[in-house]
Design a protein around this ligand. Structure first.
Ligand code: VYF
Length: 322
């Protein structure tokens, strides 16, 4: 049947403003999985039924239960900035949206997942929305498989954060004004040239321009650790043990020791251990060459805009989200 007017939404769940994931199905009969739609990578993987029981709380793909499964078996390993996922390749029918866009897809069944950070993952797997040149093992990414079916109105997908991914177009009901387009600077990544990083009116970093990846699978804005720590001092943030920063508001300083109330200097609120703390939406991450040095504009940036990822014109459009 395919999408009605050439576009189809996939609804996203928002977990603590840090993880956004939607449901896809793989196999016949359908086995459903929660996946992050990640413009910062280009492969699809889900946990394998053969995976260690540690991830019993996650859905796992069982090829023996699918009539449309085709064995492949090639080894697979993907090195994220935060850890590696290992497994093997399989082929089956993948449906990315309730308006049934069925595609035959090669994906990885993950058999080795690093406890950190995957024990914090509320999603089962990752659906990479990056360019084919970024795909491990030269596998054609999901969006490219959909494009080759010629069923979408436009060769684009739009992200209206914490709500949905729209395949094939953008919906004016959810943004105002025009799109401001930035050309993709380095094909293979959804990467743009950033003109500078300012706090208030003062340009502090990236004075001669630098590169930034627009990364729907990342929670925060990350930059090289040095500049970020200077930026954090500038806003009076304190570094947390496990990385990341929080800020205390002056008027709460006289609280009894052990209580930490913070004032939001970012739109992120994470309630941990029952209390409300506000995590500043930046973190330091040094990405080594050739990919780095690279700033990452993650959900805490993208969430303020309606973002259109345009594969036809190799550009990213930002409009004001309604
Ligand atoms: C270093 C980047 C720029 C390049 C690299 C290139 C890939 C082709 C390997 N891409 C990435 O590393 C990916 C860039 N985009 C984000 C992605 N995430 C990292 C991460 O830590 N996640 C996460 C979040 C919360 C809890 C648990 C986890 Cl696992 C989710 C995913 C895997 C989507 C890694």
């Amino acid at each position: 049947a395919g999408p009605r007017n050439g576009t189809a939404p996939t609804l996203l769940t928002n977990y603590l403003d840090t993880q956004y994931f939607g449901e896809i199905s793989i196999g016949t009969p359908a086995q459903t999985f929660k996946v992050v739609f990640d413009t910062g990578s280009a492969n699809l993987w889900v946990p394998s039924y053969k995976c260690s029981p540690l991830y019993i709380s996650h859905s796992r793909y069982d090829s023996s239960k699918s009539r449309t499964y085709i064995a492949n078996g090639t080894g697979f390993a993907i090195r994220y900035g935060t850890g590696s996922v290992k497994g093997f390749l399989s082929q089956d029918i993948v449906m990315v949206s309730v308006s049934d866009i069925p595609i035959i897809q090669v994906f990885a069944e993950a058999t080795v997942l690093p406890a950190f950070p995957f024990i914090f993952a509320r999603f089962d797997g990752v659906l990479g929305m990056g360019y084919p040149s970024q795909a491990i093992d030269g596998i054609t990414p999901v969006f490219d498989r959909i494009l080759s079916q010629q069923i979408l109105k436009e060769d684009v997908f739009s992200v209206y954060y914490s709500r949905w991914v729209l395949w094939g177009g953008s919906d004016p009901a959810y943004y105002t004004g025009d799109f401001h387009y930035l050309n993709v600077s380095k094909s293979g990544y959804w990467q743009i040239s950033m003109k500078g990083v300012s706090v208030g009116a003062e340009m502090l970093f990236c004075k001669d321009g630098c590169s930034a990846a627009v990364d729907t699978g990342a929670s925060y804005i990350t930059g090289p650790a040095g500049p970020i720590s200077v930026l954090m001092k500038a806003i009076g943030a304190a570094e947390m043990a496990e990385g990341g920063y929080v800020v205390d508001s002056g008027d709460h300083r006289d609280l009894p020791p052990g209580t930490s109330i913070t004032v939001c200097v970012s739109s992120l609120q994470q309630s941990q251990y029952g209390e409300d703390i506000c995590v500043v939406a930046f973190s330091g991450l040094d990405i080594p060459p050739p990919a780095g040095p690279l700033w990452i504009l993650g959900a805490s940036f993208i969430g303020h805009y309606y973002t259109k990822f345009d594969r036809r014109n190799n550009r990213i459009g930002f409009a004001t989200a309604r």
